[in-house]
Design a protein around this ligand. Structure first.
Ligand code: NAD
Length: 425
């Protein structure tokens, strides 16, 4: 396979928009995508930037900046999370919005792609400040979101409570309760059973299918996970319950290692009580960057972007990488991993369990009929198994790696829809 990336600086390498564009261009070229559709799909359709005031607890007014980027709505309403972080940038939100278009197309659900973010430090804000900021941000973007337009969901540092505030704010403007405007809500107000652990469940399916593909056994399969938030902790628990040995957890402020396996249920309880994993007695402390390159069968980055780069990719010893996070691997690192014959399940497939369950939530809200958890889990696992199969078969047929195969499959599906609809002019 020829190279995805031209020579780039580290700054370019870790720019998520550059990373997305490099893969998109490569896949579009492989597909012989016509020039017009190439240009159309390369750029997001709409980028909203809002600067808005929030009264803080100390009586002062602070200004915040928020984004909502809608990449493409050819296949259905835009769909994608909202993240709160001091590091949010427009380029990051653009990349994440594009990945949502490709992700929804890979699992073949009727959504386009979007993403949102607010530049803030949620850990330094009170609940009252977070609520006021969330409500004002929602009101600033309320003309652009809605069940048929754009349906937000949680992402880094946002959760069920954030979604409840967004739903309530939007509903107050609409003068009626509109549960289907967001997904990832609490069960009591239109949430779906199985949604909280859905991304972790999808990661578990991707691990199982990868082992099957390589004729490997769950027995003795050692897993290292980076990130112990929603995706990391739920992946870890489900994998442990299904016989995998979780030997390492790498968090922001340090990692844990136990060659006999970490008791994940106890660790979840420990983090709940202490707010961190450090100090847990059931494993040894170890620097997180060391954990990433330790011997294991499966490595699951489930924290954030750009954690596998040209700096550490050649040291990675895992046989399989299952990307729970969005954009954990740079395009340059992809090529190093490919040379090492590491099997990568790309983010737009591996973490699609979340958006798949979000789709079920949206359907249930619109029907006003709520499914049993077993139905949600069964449908989710079936969609993800089929999608895994689609991607690896596409990769074999076109002699490309799984990531490029997933992009090609997704771009082809979106392009097909656009050709069918035609271009309104
Ligand atoms: P989260 O905020 O619940 O958890 C993230 C965890 O990662 C936190 O515990 C944080 O301390 C840790 N972390 C952050 N930076 C780190 C670093 N450099 N090294 C080690 N640990 C670090 O977020 P989440 O919802 O679990 O999302 C994690 C990733 O998964 C993100 O990339 C997100 O976009 C992606 N994702 C989430 C969902 C979902 O349903 N929540 C769905 C698809 C993709």
């Amino acid at each position: 396979m020829s190279s995805v990336t031209p020579a780039v600086s580290l700054d370019q390498e870790v720019n998520p928009w550059e990373a997305q564009s490099a893969r998109f261009d490569f896949a579009a070229r492989k597909l012989n995508l016509d020039e017009g559709l190439w240009k159309l799909l390369r750029m997001p359709a709409r980028e909203i930037i809002v600067h808005f005031p929030v009264p803080m607890d100390n009586g002062r007014i602070e200004m915040f900046t928020g984004f909502r980027v809608q990449h493409n709505i050819a296949r259905g309403p835009a769909k994608g999370g909202i993240r709160y972080s001091p590091d949010v940038t427009l380029d990051e939100v653009r990349a994440l919005a594009s990945w949502m278009t490709w992700k929804c197309a890979v699992v073949n659900i009727p959504f386009g792609g979007a993403k949102g973010g607010v530049i803030c430090d949620p850990k330094a804000m009170s609940q009252g400040e977070l609520e006021r900021m969330t409500r004002r941000y929602t009101s600033e973007i309320s003309d652009f979101i809605g069940p048929e337009k754009d349906v937000p969901a949680p992402d880094m540092n946002t959760n069920e409570q954030t979604m409840a505030w967004i739903m309530d704010t939007y509903s107050m403007h609409a003068r009626r309760t509109v549960t289907s405007v967001v997904t990832g809500k609490p069960l009591n107000i239109g949430g779906s059973r199985g949604r909280i652990e859905a991304t972790g469940r999808g990661v578990m399916v991707a691990c199982g299918e990868s082992l099957r593909y390589h004729n490997m056994n769950v027995d003795g399969c050692r897993v290292i996970i980076q990130g112990f938030g929603n995706v990391g902790s739920n992946s870890a628990r489900l994998l442990m319950e299904n016989g995998y040995k979780i030997i390492g957890i790498a968090e922001k402020d340090g990692g844990l290692y136990n060659s006999n396996g970490i008791d994940i249920r106890q660790l979840i309880e420990y983090k709940y009580r202490n707010g961190m994993i450090l100090g847990f007695r059931g494993a040894d402390a170890i620097p997180s960057d060391e954990l990433m390159v330790m011997d294991c069968e499966v490595l699951i980055p489930a924290a954030t972007e750009n954690v596998i780069t040209s700096r550490n990719a050649d040291k990675i010893k895992a046989r399989i990488i299952v990307e729970g996070a969005n954009g954990p691997t740079t395009a340059v690192a992809d090529e190093i991993l490919a040379e090492k014959r590491i099997f990568v399940v790309p983010d737009i497939l591996a973490n699609a369990g979340g958006v798949t369950a979000s789709y079920f939530e949206w359907v249930q809200d619109r029907q006003g009929y709520f499914w049993k958890e077993a139905i949600v889990n069964e449908q989710l696992e079936s969609i993800l198994r089929d999608s895994f199969d689609d991607v690896v078969r596409y990769a074999e047929a076109h002699n490309v790696n799984n990531r490029i195969a997933a992009y090609m499959l997704a771009i082809d599906r979106v392009a097909f829809t656009i050709r069918q609809r035609g271009i309104y002019a």
